[in-house]
Design a protein around this ligand. Sequence first.
Ligand SMILES: *Cc1c(COP(=O)(O)O)cnc(C)c1O
Length: 396
Amino acid sequence: MTDDQHSPSTRAITAGRAASGRSLAPALWASSTWESESLDDANRRATSIRQGDFYSRYCNPTVRSFEEAIRDLEGAEESLAFASGMGAIASTVLALCSSGSHVVAQRQLYAGTLAFLQGPCARLGIETTFVDVAEPGAFAAAVQPGRTMVVLAETPSNPRLELADLDELGAIKGPFTVVDSTFATPLGQRPLDHGVDISLHSATKGIAGHNDATLGVISGDADLLAEIWAYSVLHGATPSPFDALNALRGVRTLAVRTRQQNESARSIAVLLADHHAVSATHYPGLNEHPQYDIAARQLLQYGTTLSFDLGTREAVSEFFERVTVCRVATSLGGPETLVCHPATSTHASLTAAEMDAAGVTDGLVRMSVGLEETTDLLADIEQALSRDDSRRSTRS
Ligand SMILES: *Cc1c(COP(=O)(O)O)cnc(C)c1O
């Protein structure tokens, strides 16, 4: 049950605890199956929607606790977890679309989502129109009444932190609107409050927050989620109870982690925006972000991830060799500050034209800001960027 009196950070401490009795920490239910008392009892368990104590692909108490915690934070009627963020995306799209269906999505997408829409979906006869996330009205204009089943947005987007206007998406009637809200976490934005049908997260990222769980989750109306659940038990991207346990532990500290990460991310963005070695800095919390007005309207936190341009691949390579506090790895939302080069890693599967459309340049670096002391991060970035100058000046 949602506790409306307290702020989300306070609710996150106890959310999803109901199934664990008087235990403060949630129990790990590793069981894949439960005993039945009679044929009637077995029949009831087998034919109920999301009935626990039956078989774990249908429902598992530890996973349920995680779902209840996210449901509370998202202010939703229901939440449903999956084995990964991609499991959530694939199950949601395939639950709602059939051969001949149409999807509207933005060009600037997580590369796995883009590949899923262009590969398996296209093969099954689900056609996608790609639009520019930052163009006002673009999603609504691409909707084909009666044929478009899903409008899929990702905001803030990966890796350029462009924003979809949640009010605009919420106003679209007809197709189901789905927002991949991974970069914001449930504390950074509330898509459902804007009228969007489904808020989706790769909980692998900020929600679990420790790089020790692979998990996805969606939230929305109970009827809609029951329909997606019915498909998902056949699709089988079933979450592991152990990962749900780790992610639920992540929920407990989400507020303090994101507060610290947001503060550091903003300081780093300010440093980079003024640095002569950096040609562009992308962070929704900067006044100069081209969609700062939308950011101020819909983001409760500006976010823990930013990206910036060092001009060339060689400059990125040198920067990566010099950083000592930042680590070179993909993923985001964890305790370690991670840097990656989207063009050769997360977005390597894109064609040159797709990279262009997604804003993935040769010099682009994505940074997920971790939990290290802000001053240590700033010093590390500063030294990694400025050694270039000393080399250049000794050469000249
Ligand atoms: C990581 C990510 C995904 C995919 O999530 P997995 O848990 O890796 O399957 C989807 N969308 C966004 C925005 C992501 O960052």
